[in-house]
Write a protein that binds this ligand. Structure first.
Ligand code: F6P
Ligand code: MN
Length: 351
């Protein structure tokens, strides 16, 4: 019988490859796995215990918060606030950084998370997710500050996501490949199901919100036409899939190959840089896709190289198959000079 590799065992075995490791890192990942199990349980029961639907509060990005968002946010915070492993946290649901409460000690890592991605989906019993990343503490003070979470994706020490679908999966990387685990709910354990994940080599799908098409720049339009092979009848078009939950859309692209895009747009003043957040969504997934042999770009260059200047900064996202993402960059370079200039100016302005 092949060994049953739980996520705990996998994380510990990865840690052994680094004799200098203290185990702190390992324990944070295990805490995230436990938080994931709690959120998965709540998401499953959500319809039953009537916690679905909106609350009156609005999150830092101006979206109406769902009750499950609050539950997931608090679960992750409380799982990590007292352990002495973190110096600060930041959540997509909060305007400002989340300091470690003064009664608890601080540690050497910072945690950023999108607690419940795709927050419209629970109402229709569709997949949702959690995204997270860890950075090493860079601030000098004892308790951590904004600089610990305003780090470029290149500095990520570990990242992962959880997708709550027909089954719950946790996918993580500490820079030694990407590994996927499926929750066996009878055991209550995440079991290694997808070791050493690499993006599928032949692209099958593209994912984007076509409702925004009228706002797209010429380069993006021409790129999507190219994905659909509109002008090349001999080439097979990619099929379109869109779940409306970045984690679920990304997971499909990783497993089946292809590209996900949420472009920026100047004609829609609400979304000049797209919708997705650099720190909580784009950088962690960019780190994972690079580990899986793919690439993530904002249309101009590597997402991992973007230095964030504000916590809720948004960036356009093109992520997945390296060749397809590079092709998006080519279309944008060729057709979107005006957009490029404005986007660059916007990025400078938030410095
Ligand atoms: O977190 C933002 C988010 O909910 C993503 O999960 C999702 O991919 C995206 O928004 C959907 O945006 P839209 O409704 O504009 O397609
Ligand atoms: Mn999200």
């Amino acid at each position: 019988m092949p060994p049953l590799i739980t996520i705990e065992r996998h994380i510990i075995e990865q840690q052994r490859q680094h004799p200098e490791a203290t185990g702190t890192f390992t324990q944070i990942l295990q805490d995230m796995a436990l938080a994931a199990k709690i959120i998965a349980r709540e998401a499953r029961r959500a319809g039953l215990i009537n916690i679905l639907g909106s609350t009156d509060s609005v999150n830092a990005s101006g979206e109406v918060q769902q009750k499950l968002d609050i539950f997931a946010d608090q679960t992750i915070f409380k799982m990590n606030d007292h352990t002495g492993r973190l110096c600060v946290m930041a959540s997509e649901e909060h305007e400002d950084i989340l300091p470690i409460p003064p009664q608890f000690p601080c540690g050497r890592y910072a945690l950023v998370f999108d607690p419940l991605d795709g927050s419209g989906n629970p109402d229709v019993n569709a997949s949702i997710g959690t995204i997270f990343a860890m950075f090493r503490k860079v601030s000098f003070g004892a308790r951590g500050d904004l600089s610990d979470v305003l780090q470029a994706g290149r500095e990520i020490a570990a990242a992962g996501y959880i997708v709550y679908g027909p089954s719950t999966m946790m996918v993580y990387s500490t820079g030694q490949g990407v590994h996927g685990f499926t929750l066996d709910s009878s055991l209550g354990e995440f079991i290694l199901s997808h070791p050493n994940m690499q993006i599928a080599p032949s692209p099958r799908y593209y994912g984007t919100n076509h409702g925004n098409e009228r706002y797209w720049t010429l380069g993006v339009r021409k790129y999507v036409d190219w994905l659909q092979a509109k002008e090349e009848p001999q080439r097979k078009p990619l099929d379109a899939r869109y779940m409306g939950a970045l984690v679920a859309d990304f997971h499909r692209i990783l497993l089946k190959g292809g590209v996900y895009l949420y472009p920026g747009n100047l004609q829609n003043p609400a979304q000049p840089s797209g919708k997705l957040r650099l720190i909580y969504e784009c950088a962690p997934l960019a780190y994972l896709i690079e580990q899986a042999g793919g690439y993530a770009s904002d249309g101009l260059g590597n997402i991992l190289d973007i230095q964030p200047h504000t916590l809720h900064q948004r960036v356009p996202l093109f992520i997945g198959d390296k060749t397809l993402v590079q092709q998006a960059e080519r279309f944008i370079q060729a057709h979107d000079a005006e957009w490029i200039a404005s986007y660059r100016a916007m990025r400078e302005a938030v410095r």
